[in-house]
Design a protein around this ligand. Structure first.
Ligand code: CP
Ligand code: NVA
Length: 295
């Protein structure tokens, strides 16, 4: 039966460990892994812009011997030109897999339901599982996964939702500091029941080994930009906040970053920042995901 990756819930902890093991091998031996995707074509259905997700998937697919077709909103126009159901059924006749970045999470669920080929979530308003897998892989590389505390500062958004779920699943302690009214949804807190939610960033970073942040306004929320600027003013990762974390704490950000808002230049460009390794790891981890789902 085909397997999708729509949320972290779709993977067991042993499947996640297998992905990490394969991703390490792929990273060590980037060009020498043969062509496991030879003859396979994947479609990238993107309703929103992307740098990392699009490029890391396209390069990864090429390096594995496969072919990628980018289907931006102009080509497919999901839900307007054609329903997700019809798009899924038609593309299943041509392609071997779909990577989809949609506004509503319901759209990827609908695509997966009507596809006979694997569907991978490349970010929705609810989750960003490929990001969270790459984040944990990066933490594993830098610090290992035992006795680790992660502190997320900012919005209870798609990136935090997936991070909470993966940390809970893999036994990492996670604290999140979010302004009132911007906390993660109840269903996520139920799934990631070991997570601790704070309102104060300084409480959340105490004893943390990893400090993580993301933009205050996600794609699709642009109308709320001004209101969010005010609500998140105190939720910045800066040198002062870093002093409260463990001495050798690292900094992660999924990117794109709004420098001067959720993170300062000093921290983003400083020695604790691992954001470029984190971005690179998207490609290695996604290559492993593709091999596992398309085999
Ligand atoms: N982190 C991430 O998904 O980046 P893009 O939006 O550029 O793909
Ligand atoms: N939370 C951000 C992540 C971008 C990778 C957004 O959804 O825009």
């Amino acid at each position: 039966m085909k397997k999708d990756l729509l949320t972290i819930n779709d993977l067991s902890s042993s499947e996640i460990n297998d992905i990490f093991k394969l991703a390490s091998e792929l990273k060590r031996n980037r060009q020498g892994f043969g062509e496991p995707l030879k003859g396979k074509t994947l479609g990238l259905i993107f309703e929103k812009p992307s740098n990392r997700t699009r490029v890391s998937f396209e390069v990864g697919i090429t390096e594995l011997g496969g072919h990628a077709i980018y289907l931006g909103s102009y080509e497919i126009d999901l839900g307007k030109r054609e329903s997700p159901k019809d798009v899924a059924k038609v593309l299943s006749r041509y392609l071997n897999g779909i990577i989809a970045r949609t506004f509503s999470h319901k759209t990827v669920v609908e695509l997966a339901k009507h596809s006979s080929i694997p569907v991978i979530n490349g970010l929705t308003d609810y989750q960003h599982p490929c990001q969270a897998l790459s984040d944990l892989f990066t933490i594993k590389e830098k610090k290992g996964l035992s006795n680790i505390t992660v502190a997320f500062i900012g919005d209870g958004n798609n990136v935090l939702n997936s991070l909470l779920c993966i940390c809970h699943k893999m036994g990492l302690k996670i604290n999140a500091a979010c302004p009132k009214g911007y906390e993660p949804s109840k269903d996520i807190l139920k799934e990631a029941s070991s997570a601790a939610i704070f309102n104060s960033p300084s409480d959340a970073v105490k004893g943390a080994d990893v400090i993580y942040t993301d933009v205050w306004t996600s794609m699709g929320q642009e109308k709320e930009y001004k209101r969010r600027l005010k609500a998140f003013k105190k939720y910045q990762v800066n040198a002062e906040l870093m002093k409260l974390a463990n001495k050798d704490a690292i900094v992660l950000h999924c990117l794109p970053a709004h420098r001067g808002q959720e993170i300062t230049d000093e921290v983003m460009d400083g020695p604790a920042s691992m954001v470029l390794d984190q971005a690179e790891n998207r490609m290695h981890v996604q290559k492993a995901i593709l091999i596992k789902l398309l085999k």
